[in-house]
Each structure stands twice: as C-alpha cells, then as structure tokens.
Design a protein around this ligand. Structure first.
Ligand SMILES: NC(=O)c1ccc[n+]([C@@H]2O[C@H](COP(=O)([O-])OP(=O)(O)OC[C@H]3O[C@@H](n4cnc5c(N)ncnc54)[C@H](OP(=O)(O)O)[C@@H]3O)[C@@H](O)[C@H]2O)c1
Length: 272
C-alpha cells in the first residue's frame, strides 16, 4: 500500500513513519517539502506519489501558537484539511485527517465519535473543529481524534506534555491540573492508524487510551519512572474533554494500557 504523510516530521508524523509495516510504501513530506496551505503543492505531491492513503498530520496544534498567529493557524488547520480533502478526491485516495479532543467543549461525559465538534473557545479549538468539517469534503474520510500524545520528535527529543515535564529542571515546581484527559503513546496511535487505513476503514475513530488520567498523575508517573524530582503541585479540577472509544473497540483496536505504554516509552528512552 502506498501512503503519503504530510507533516511527517511532527510528533505523530514521526511515529507514522516509524511504525509503517515493511510492505508499506510510505513517503513522508515535511513542511518544507509540501505546505498544506497551498493546494497546488498538496496536489503536486499527491500526483507525484499517487498514494492510496493520504495522511494529513500537519497542523498548528498548540494553543499558544494558534493565539499568537491565528491567521496562520486557520490556514494550516482549516485550509490544510480542505486542500488535503480535495487532493485526495482528485487522486482517489483515502484521506486520514488527524484531529483531537480539543474540537469538543468540556463536558461531563466522554464525547462519542458522532457528536458534532462544538468548541467555540479559542483559535485552536475553533480551527480544529472547522478542520473536521472541512475534511468531510473527502469522498473517503478516516477521521482520527486523539489526545495528550507522548512520544519523540524526529530528532529524538521527547514531545507533548511529557516532553514539557522532562524539560523542567529538577527541583522546580510543576503545577499540574487534575482535569481528566485521555492520553496516548504516538506509536500506539500510529500503529492503529496504519491498521485502520490498511483495512480502508472510513468514519470517525477516537484513538486514545480509554482509561483517563490527569496531567498531575502523568507528572507523578514520569517522576516515578525516571527518578527525577520535582515539586508536583495539583491545581484545578476542571470539566474534561474525554473521548469515547466505541468505534475503535468495535474495530478490535484497543491501545496499550497507559502504565504499560509509559513503561515501554521510558524503557526505550533508557536504552537509547
Ligand atoms: N500532540 C498532541 O498531544 C495532540 C493531541 C490531540 C491531537 N493532536 C493532533 O495530532 C496531529 C499532529 O500533531 P503533532 O502533535 O504531531 O504536532 P507537531 O509535532 O506540531 O507536528 C505538526 C507538523 O505539522 C507541520 N506543519 C505546520 N505547518 C505546516 C504547513 N503549512 N504545511 C505542512 N506542514 C506543516 C509542522 O512542521 P514545522 O514545525 O516545520 O512547521 C510539524 O512537523 C494534529 O492534527 C494535532 O491536532 C495532537
């Protein structure tokens, strides 16, 4: 199967390249190879590689970056999704659009796959919710939502919330929310995406560890596994944005339990 990944050197893009099966012909393009805001570039890349599956892992996925430059954030997140949908249609590829729990407003219940994105608060939430809608233009769409990813960037540095925790100097105070979230190892999410794509699934799938955690618990889990010492202080207890995983379960996909995925992540890091 031929797969083209855009945004291929991001956190998830890196894991998508690393977890592709040997019989997969995967081409990953970084931002400088293909800018998703430019339809002609997306179309040219798709024409050159003629993938059966086009994965859009390009995004501006961070709250602060989106607030600092909302025009760019909307261009990458929304126009990028639209351009990928149009290119996928032109070359008859399945579009895999990556999304997240941020498309939903906080709620007491885990959000089901068929619930409509309703986050109107902030550029990130608004633009990723609009990206979900833009991607629906794809004739064949596999929409994947995930949350609180951990894994390594292409240069081997830890990313996501755990990357930020590890970058905090020993002895410093880490103020961490007790608001529940799902989390997931990028390798587990990428492996699940490859499986769904290879089976040409369409529809919406939430790929997260179904058992919720909190950033506070995650920081404590990181400290326990690394021997690092921080003063970890719990902060607020807000309304979560949890994702229900019914579609994935029905497809026979369950991510590794979080403690096992964390053990594997830190064991690989220790092994170098
Ligand atoms: N990380 C999480 O915890 C999390 C949680 C939920 C959902 N997600 C979703 O997962 C997806 C991947 O996120 P990630 O964590 O892998 O983010 P990431 O590490 O920031 O990767 C995003 C990639 O997109 C690239 N990019 C930015 N603008 C681009 C453009 N105009 N054209 C092409 N590429 C561009 C970036 O390249 P440059 O840096 O070179 O610009 C970067 O390599 C996103 O859709 C995100 O919303 C992530």
């Amino acid at each position: 199967m031929r797969i083209l990944v855009l945004g291929a050197v991001g956190l998830l893009g890196t894991a998508l390249s690393a977890t592709a099966s040997p019989d997969t012909d995967l081409v990953g393009l970084a931002h400088h190879d293909c800018d998703v805001t430019d339809f002609e570039q997306v179309a040219a890349a798709t024409a050159a590689h003629r993938p059966q599956v086009l994965i859009n892992a390009a995004a501006i996925p961070h709250t602060r970056a989106c607030e600092v430059d909302p025009v760019r954030a909307r261009a990458v997140n929304i126009a990028g999704a639209r351009n990928c949908a149009q290119a996928a249609n032109r070359y008859r590829a399945l579009l895999v659009q990556i999304s997240g729990n941020i498309v939903f407003a906080p709620a007491e219940h885990p959000r089901a796959e068929d619930e409509y994105p309703d986050n109107t608060d902030g550029v990130l939430g608004q633009s990723k919710a609009a990206a979900d809608s833009a991607a629906v233009a794809a004739d064949r769409l596999l929409l994947v939502r995930t949350a609180c990813l951990f894994g390594n960037h292409a240069d081997g540095t830890p990313g996501g919330l755990i990357g930020r925790i590890l970058a905090t100097p020993d002895g410093a105070t880490l103020r961490m929310t007790r608001t529940a979230t799902n989390a997931a190892h990028t390798q587990d999410v990428a492996t699940a995406i490859h499986r769904l794509a290879s089976e040409l699934h369409t529809g919406t799938y939430h790929l997260v560890n179904p058992r919720p955690t909190t950033p506070y618990e995650l920081a404590r889990a990181v400290a326990a596994r690394t021997g690092r010492i921080w003063n970890i202080e719990p902060t607020d207890l807000g309304t979560p944005r949890l994702l229900a995983t019914g579609s994935a379960t029905a497809a026979g996909i369950e991510l590794r339990p979080l403690p096992i995925a964390l053990d594997a992540y830190f064991a690989a890091m220790a092994a170098g």
